[in-house]
Write a protein that binds this ligand. Sequence first.
Ligand code: FUB
Length: 306
Amino acid sequence: LRQKLLLLLLLLISTKTLLAQNPLVTHMFTADPTARVFDGKLYIYPSHDIVPPKNVKAPRFCMPDYHIFSLEEGITLKDHGPILDQNEVPWGKKNTYGMWAPDCIKKENMYYYYYPAPPKDESSFRRIGVGVSKSPTGPFKWEKNYIKGISGIDPGLFIDDDNKTYLYFGGGQDLFVSQLKDNMKEIASKPIKIQGLPSGYKEGSFTFKKDGIYYFTFAHVFPQEGYTIGYATSDNPKGPFTYRGKIMDNISNGTNHHSIVNYKGDWILFYHWWDISGYNKLRSIRADYVTFMKDGTIKKVKPTLR
Ligand code: FUB
């Protein structure tokens, strides 16, 4: 028993150590981390920045594919990618390097991976595609068409206690939500604008529920400050929400796409910075602990930057 307790203690310490060891991934650039805990195990679904290859005119970000990471034994982050290349998107425009922030969610023992990409029919800046797998790390069976009735970036998923699934998306002055059908591949309701958010550019939303409160968090550009992480709360996943303030001030990271999950009893914020490159288009994912106050508000996170 003593040995087991010691091992448990070591595992707990190493988990904390790992998350304090920012950046979390050093063999490639990673951004926009959506962390998920499936059956007690931590997975990270980020996007992937690269240095633009020769002869490629650098788009705003240069993002060719997706990798998935899992935390093994609470110590090592394992890379399971690439799981989807830009030129394998059935409905996608080739060689656009536009594979922006994804998400993945588990429903009834299946895993659904959502991603935005530029469509070959050029009907929109980004459409949102989905793939399904029996495993959180794939392989995924990719749907032939994008999800009809919505367009935009940054898909974010939330499944409520009653099993209703919501797809949040968008980047701009407004963000949107649609309920999904049980098949997870079609919308059940037309997108509605999320009410109650402050003015200014917003993107990269992440929704979760804690103690009966729906938290809607989002990257938010303050005119004088730049990208921050803001949050709003509601008693309904579709809103209207009440803006509660900032979770993180601007850290000059270019954008501030993030996620917040509870892993082994700790609330953790995953976000990105440019630790390795010194350049905010070649980002690296990181994590820091989040503190909730007794009244449900969130204490501003001070990132452990160097
Ligand atoms: O990383 C590419 C795009 O920039 C993401 O989709 C946005 O959230 C922003 O981080």
